[in-house]
Design a protein around this ligand. Sequence first.
Ligand code: AMP
Ligand code: MG
Length: 403
Amino acid sequence: MSLIQVDEARKIILGKISSKGVEKISIDKALGRVLAEDVVARRPNPPLDNSAMDGYALQWRDVQNATPDNPVKLKIRAEIPAGYEAKETLGPGEAMRIMTGAPVPKGADAVIMQEDTERQGDDVLVMDKAEDGENIRLSGEDVKAGETVIHKGVTLQPSHIGMLAVVGRSSIFVGQRPVVAIISTGDEVVDLDETPDGPCIYNSNGYMLAAQTRSAGGIPLYMGIAKDTEEDLMEKFKWALQADVLVSSGGVSVGDYDLVKASLEKLGQDMAFWKVAMKPGKPLAFGKIADKPIFGLPGNPVSSFVSFEQFVRPALRQMMGCADISHNTVQAKLTRTIRKKAGRLHFLSSTVSFNNGEYTVDPAREQGSGILKSAMNANGLLVFPLDATELQEGQTVNVQLLG
Ligand code: AMP
Ligand code: MG
């Protein structure tokens, strides 16, 4: 097994991951999906200059000296509800009653809000001055015609969905979601409908990796548990080929029953078996079976969790055509001094908070590869660099945000 650094392993993996195809979907299904086209506005938003207030459209020069004690009287020519355009042109000494969102009539250059006026039959008394352009939202101030409003590769959030509707798109092209087969391994691992006696444990990795897959945008295909025999492992891996990606956990280290390696060697192409210079995690298998990427993650729950975050999540995002596949990383001030040996990069389950304009990061006290509780309570992974042996309280460090 060759020793390799985290970044290098990730680079090799991503170099072998191609994007999946695209599909057309309705925008009400598009939340969290990755846009596969540049979306261009055909017309401006707003389409016309329009009123930001309920009030009166007028010419600002007419009311430049208006005050409550010295109101200006204007003749009301017309009424413009939202969704209608005034036919007439507004002249000096005139006003038009106008509602929020209604197009500003020709000849008007300001809107005075209703609260600064008093209606008197067919006239309006204006009690305050108006600036040139006041309360007028200009055509195209949000979006110009021809503008690219959302770029290819963006993961769609609720406001993107709103913008797609602004530009009149009911359906869009997005990257297809990869189907990810999740295979757990180990004679000691049992499923949730079994009774775990003696040394048996539940298949927590299987469910966790399925959930990580889903949160990354993939579709998990839960394949259950393979026994620690080459036959069973090979059968499960072959079955899993109906998926786009294969992810296994356990059986990749150097124990007598770690047979994932042997099985993958027989089935896979270009299989790499790495010792990644990281903690938790270390053993990692990567290659392809029938051209489908396969990841053999370590079995310890936190190793499995962190390895997915470092290697599988970016790969899935790349498959979906994501423009930004890296983790959201922030710089945070460390709450206490921490130490380790040089030689491996550590990912520490941590709590990140934002106070008084800066991030602080508090690493959990217990960091074992079997302490899933610390990972569960964490919202970030503190990155303790490979060769560093001490990070001091108050020092600024990098933290990958989870979720
Ligand atoms: P292995 O790499 O197969 O030797 O597994 C390392 C450790 O992870 C052992 O303590 C296993 O019991 C545990 N482990 C392996 N697979 C799972 C799983 N699916 N769920 C929870 N723990 C597991
Ligand atoms: Mg095992």
